[in-house]
Write a protein that binds this ligand. Structure first.
Ligand code: S3P
Length: 433
């Protein structure tokens, strides 16, 4: 069970107005941090994610021999191990971070030595068979505890392979690519639904050759990585809370600059547009193959409409679904979510917790194994929200609270710091009361 250590009261807002620059993308920071720590030379990053998850990645890589220096204000310098890690006598603590555990496993499976990976209570409940299976197919020696962490790796020489992922997962794809990077031959990952491609882009930025086809990615190994200097784009999954908040208030205007707009991540902008919000994208540029731009959102004068999110859309929006479901009662026609079973094995069972917390606020909601139906045109009241120690639940319901009648108490509010420690301060900054 999660113990809620911090409570936050969210008061209703009258409007959302302002301009923000958000901290660096969590997914990209994990990859830049991990690849820099594995590469040859010293990499320098600005706007690196301030979240606890990326700190877990950096701490693990430090324990494996990389040198990490935090220069303050999101600036980080990482000196890599040049392709060969030093096994750590202590277990590597991945904290709450599934990305850290799943990607590092791929990096370590072909290395010499033995490694133990552990995580917090939530991470220790999450499925790890999805990485054990492909890595074992490559010849890796990986042991789980009933399908979960703690995870033990005995480094071994691997064989290249051609693998089709059974569930859409960028973490699994990245895990295999990191093993393939160090393995002779061509390793291919095929996916039915294209997941976020930050690993492919980051590997290329660090000098590796990665080939892409419409439904597959291939890497030929072994290849060496070279240090880079990079600015991490603002995190669009963190921006989602502010974009959705602004979309709720006619008369709102919110500008987010230097925001990551990688097409495999920016589907939320299409959904908000479908709901009737006005989105403008300005100053689009490419940095290390990642698209970055300024986004302005204004709410429709007559309120948000309705939409259905299913199929490939659900996979691409997986981190944004909790906040979309949380604002759905305020739309006119509701939001229907399907094909999102993966939400049940995130930091919490996000389908169950979203339904529970919407009901606590007085909303009607129907729960399905792979999604939710949230009718529109509802009035919500302030309530006590159980975040379950899940950062995205804490933040999603802070947004729902802005349009509720009365105050809302968020239990376990400290969990926001997993991805977005600045969240509550920034929310206060743009919320007009
Ligand atoms: C991530 C991939 C997604 C996402 C997570 C970050 C990544 O997880 O939910 O927040 O950085 O690759 P899955 O790969 O499990 O879908």
């Amino acid at each position: 069970m999660h113990t809620a250590v911090e409570e936050r009261i969210i008061r209703p807002a009258r409007n959302i107005l302002g301009s923000l620059r958000l901290p660096g993308d969590k997914s990209i920071s994990h990859r830049y941090g991990m690849l820099a720590a594995f590469a040859e030379g010293t990499s320098r990053f600005t706007n690196f994610s301030t979240g606890a998850d990326c700190a877990s990645t950096l701490a693990c890589m430090q324990a494996l021999g990389a040198k990490v220096t935090k220069l303050g204000e999101g600036a980080v310098e990482v000196t890599g191990v040049g392709g060969r890690v030093t096994p750590s006598s202590e277990p590597l603590d991945c904290g709450n971070s599934g990305s850290t555990m799943r990607m590092i496993s791929g990096l370590l499976a072909p290395q010499e030595g033995t490694f133990t990976l552990i995580g917090d209570a939530s991470l220790s409940r999450r499925p790890m068979e999805r990485i054990r299976k492909p890595l074992a197919e490559m010849g890796a020696k990986l042991t789980l505890t009933e399908g979960h962490a703690p995870l033990m790796i005995e480094g071994a020489r691997l064989n290249a392979m051609d693998y089709t992922t059974p569930v859409p997962s960028a973490q699994v794809k990245s895990c295999i690519l990191l093993a393939g990077l160090q393995t002779a031959g061509i390793t291919t990952v095929r996916e039915a639904i294209r997941t976020r491609d930050h690993s492919e882009l980051a590997l290329r930025a660090f000098g590796a050759e990665v080939k892409r086809a419409s439904d597959s990615v291939s890497i030929s190994g072994p290849q060496k990585l070279k240090a880079i200097d990079a600015a991490v784009p603002g995190d669009i999954s963190s921006a989602a809370f502010f974009l959705c908040a602004a979309a709720l208030f006619p008369g709102s205007s919110l500008v987010l600059d230097s925001l990551g707009l990688n097409p495999t991540r920016a589907t939320l902008l299409d959904v908000l547009t479908a709901l009737g919000a006005h989105i403008a994208v300005l100053n689009l540029e490419e940095k290390n193959a990642e698209l970055v731009g300024t986004v302005q959102v204004t709410a429709p004068p007559d309120g948000l409409r309705s939409t259905t999110i299913s199929g490939g859309l659900a996979a691409q929006l997986i981190d944004e679904l909790p906040v979309l479901a949380a604002i759905a009662p305020y739309t006119s026609g509701g939001i229907r979510i399907r094909d999102a079973k993966e939400l049940r094995v995130k930091e919490s069972d996000r389908i169950a917790l979203v339904a529970q917390n919407l009901r606590a606020m007085g909303a009607e909601v129907e729960e399905f194994e792979d999604g939710l139906d949230v009718p529109g045109g509802q009035t919500l009241h302030g309530a006590t929200i159980d975040s379950g120690g899940d950062h995205r639940i804490a933040m999603a319901f802070s947004v729902a609270a802005l349009r509720a009648e009365g105050d809302t108490l968020i239990q376990g509010a400290e969990s926001a710091a997993i991805s977005f420690p600045e969240f509550f301060n920034l929310l206060d900054f743009v919320a007009e009361r």
